[in-house]
Design a protein around this ligand. Structure first.
Ligand code: GLC
Length: 432
């Protein structure tokens, strides 16, 4: 399939997943709107249909809570066959909640970066007006993140549930999830294995822990202060903070183009960069690693998120070189399979090539890391990841994730961000 046909197929998939008010992440598996999916979708669409890209982001921000939080799942059209259903979250009627049924969790603020990239692509009157409309909402979201999720002003925010990272069952959550001890989840019935084989989805024990946390938080009425004080899962996530740091820089840039003050945003950014370098780098392991705030421990698992420090622009030259030499290019770790980038190191005991965030290649991971590598002065490694992403989608279609051994399709079929980011890679190859 040539580039033109691939782009046409990607756009057709996004149109097929368009439900009118927004584009769903996958044909069957994910029928609602998800937070960072909306951002990746808009990033790809900006090259071909900027109005549709804007609609995606506006729809997401309509679900913003009064507190500033932007939820990770938005049920614009009410319940479907997807679980958790809107009522499972018990978010409705909360004084700090939103007007549209939603989950009570958030996701990495990729949407801010999407707005910045949209503005770069079209800074005519309409483009400026769009950024002006969304700017106060983005600012409120970042302010919420930097206060509710970092009340001590350390510069790094914490997440209260693995789903907030967007990498639901990554092996780096095993320690923090084991720390919950015996769990007592509310009654639930999984529906995530109807369209996707069981061995490509989270294991039962992880899922029970996800549910247990939701049960606790809904019992606490999703109150931010209570969550901070009592959440048994409280983790400073490398991925979330990398995306936030980059988003803070993008928010400051949007503000300056709109002639808005940005001192507060600049302060978040510089504090975040400093804290990320100081607290998340592990000199012995040569990687950036999460911190479990409840146990003080770092995860044992070796996962791809260390490379997102390059995307955030926080790694110094020596740290970047160590990550690239000792990990990215090291056969048996992140190199040596037919397709990169595995989301878990091949020599890590938790590596499973087809199970969700435990090893498969994800197009958004390749996209984030490729951008980081190019910015850090590794253009060939960046191009390799970008071309693997294109080759995977050419061979196996736009699926949720891919087996690094042979590139075969895993997870949900007809997956929107795989298509959208392919559009971005085809239109802006030097962007990554
Ligand atoms: C899964 C992914 C998450 C994504 C959602 C919708 O939960 O782990 O990152 O946002 O599906 O695609």
């Amino acid at each position: 399939m040539n580039d033109r046909d691939l782009a046409a197929a990607a756009l057709a998939l996004l149109h097929g997943n368009d439900v009118g008010a927004f584009i769903k992440p996958a044909r069957l598996q994910y029928p609602h709107q998800w937070n960072w999916d909306a951002a990746f979708i808009a990033i790809g669409l900006r090259h071909v249909d900027v109005n549709l890209a804007r609609r995606e982001l506006s729809a997401l921000l309509r679900a913003q809570w009064r507190s500033g939080m932007v939820p990770h799942i938005v049920y614009h059209a009410g319940p479907s066959d997807y679980f958790p259903t809107p009522d499972f979250w018990r978010t409705s009627g909360r004084p700090h909640g939103g007007a549209i049924p939603s989950s009570g969790l958030t996701q990495p603020p990729m949407a801010t970066t999407a707005v910045r990239l949209l503005l770069d692509a079209s800074d005519d009157d309409d483009g400026i007006a769009f950024a002006r409309e969304l700017f106060p909402q983005l600012l409120a979201w970042h302010r919420w993140l930097h206060t509710a999720r970092d009340p001590d002003g350390t510069g790094l925010v914490a997440i209260v549930h693995p789903w907030e990272s967007g990498t639901d069952n990554a092996p780096r959550w095993r320690g923090p999830l084991a720390g919950l001890g015996e769990v007592d989840p509310p009654a639930y019935a999984r529906r995530d294995q109807r369209h996707v084989p069981e061995d490509e989805r989270p294991v039962a024990d992880d899922y029970a822990r996800f549910m247990h946390l939701i049960g606790l938080y809904r019992g606490w009425q999703w109150d931010d202060a209570t969550l901070w004080a009592r959440a048994p899962f409280l983790v400073v996530d490398v991925l979330f903070n990398a995306i936030l740091i980059r988003a803070d820089a993008d928010l400051a840039e949007i503000a300056s183009r709109l002639d808005q003050p940005h001192d507060e945003i600049d302060a978040w950014h510089s504090r975040g960069v400093r804290a990320f370098r100081e607290r998340l780098w592990d000199e012995e392991r040569g990687a950036f690693l999460d911190i479990d705030l409840r146990s003080g421990k770092r995860p044992a698992a070796d996962t791809w998120v260390t490379f997102t420090a390059l995307y955030a622009g926080v790694a110094d030259a020596r740290q970047a070189e160590r990550m690239v030499d000792e990990r990215l290019r090291a056969p048996g770790r992140y190199a040596g399979m037919r397709f990169g980038l595995p989301t878990v190191a091949l020599d890590d005991p938790s590596f499973e090539p087809r199970r969700y965030w435990c090893g498969p290649v994800w197009i958004n991971a390749n996209w984030l890391v490729a951008r980081g590598l190019r910015a850090a002065g590794y253009p060939e490694d960046a191009s390799r990841l970008a071309s693997h992403a294109l080759e995977l989608t050419r061979r196996a279609g736009f699926t949720e994730y891919y087996d690094p051994r042979d590139g075969s399709a895993c997870g949900a079929q007809g997956f929107s961000w795989s298509a959208a980011l392919v559009l971005d890679l085809l239109h802006d190859p030097d962007g990554v």
